[in-house]
Ligand binder design. Structure first.
Ligand code: E4P
Length: 304
């Protein structure tokens, strides 16, 4: 398990600048114990996943992406927009992240305006980078330029597909409201593509064939546990943001299981976006269940 260093004064000062999410109630003498606790978003576009958690007051927003919209049944752009619009209305005023699918600066800025019109609580997800795998001769700074343009237009952004601390800092400098480090994909990728014995590059650990590089798992290259590389990414970002008093919010994403939920909390994520099926397992525990069986059995002694 990932064991971060104790929180620095800078980390605590940054925490103080985060929004209150559990306000006190005048009618309730008990002050809420987690005024600025971590926010939990549901990582889904499926209403049936979201509604129960929303009604119970257990989530503070949702994140979507083209894969999640496809899972929600969208078979056309029109259907995808209809789902996004409905989710914005359902969650209002809580934030709903809607991902751009265009690939060039002007088209992305235009699409951002289009998606922003789906709801005042729409947050525009801007993929980090220049998308060279899908854009011939693309500008590596496309994502950063779009973030900057949207900040200048007063449009909130969630910069997605973040895999190293440098990307996270550049996105913040460009004006990102949120950044989404993909915690789960880092160890996934390392486990599949790790080339042991290769020396680490410029804070990048050379993996895969040829020029393929990946996340800043220098931590792994220096002997850290592969399984902790994702949590380390969150921890590095949280510390660097604290060093500079950056209030861009760290929205930990690509979470696969309850252990990674714990790691994100230990590492200092501000928000965790978690699939509904993982949220269900986080809430429960085999020993909680078996303990309840015993208490229920013994409580029958009082049933008379
Ligand atoms: C959320 O905003 C991300 O798009 C999502 O968590 C990615 O998860 P995945 O790595 O399972 O695709």
């Amino acid at each position: 398990m990932f064991t971060p260093a104790p929180n620095s004064a800078a980390m605590l000062a940054r925490r103080d600048r985060m929004p209150v999410i559990n306000a006190n109630k005048k009618t309730n003498p008990i002050k809420h114990p987690a005024a600025k606790g971590p926010r939990i978003f549901c990582d889904s576009a499926v209403k049936a996943d979201i509604l129960p958690l929303l009604k119970a007051g257990l989530i503070h927003g949702i994140t979507t992406n083209p894969t999640l919209l496809k899972k929600a049944g969208a078979k056309s752009w029109k259907e995808a927009k209809a789902i996004m619009k409905e989710l914005c209305a359902l969650l209002y005023p809580l934030p709903v992240s809607l991902e751009l699918t265009e690939l060039t600066e002007e088209k992305m800025v235009k699409q951002a305006t289009e998606l922003g019109a789906l709801g005042k609580n729409a947050i525009i997800k801007v993929p980090m980078g220049g998308y060279p795998a899908v854009v011939d001769g693309g500008d590596p700074f496309t994502g950063l330029k779009v973030i900057r343009r949207l900040w200048e237009k007063g449009i909130k952004t969630n910069v997605t597909l973040i895999f190293n601390t440098t990307q996270a800092v550049w996105a913040a400098n460009a004006g990102a409201t949120y950044i989404s480090p993909f915690l789960g994909r880092v160890p996934d990728y390392i486990n599949k593509n790790d080339k042991k014995g290769l020396t680490p590059g410029n804070s990048l650990y050379w993996m895969g064939e040829g020029e393929m590089k990946s996340a800043n798992s220098e931590y792994v290259a220096s002997g850290g546990e592969v399984r902790d590389a994702g949590a380390r990414l969150i921890f590095e970002i949280a510390n660097v943001y604290a060093n500079y008093g950056i209030t861009t919010e760290i929205l930990a994403a690509s979470i696969r299981n309850p252990v990674q939920v714990t790691e994100c909390l230990l590492a200092g994520a501000d928000i965790l976006t978690v699939p509904a099926n993982v949220l269900a397992t986080v809430a429960d525990h085999p020993l909680s269940d078996s303990g309840m069986v015993g208490f229920l059995e013994d409580s029958k002694a009082f049933s008379a």
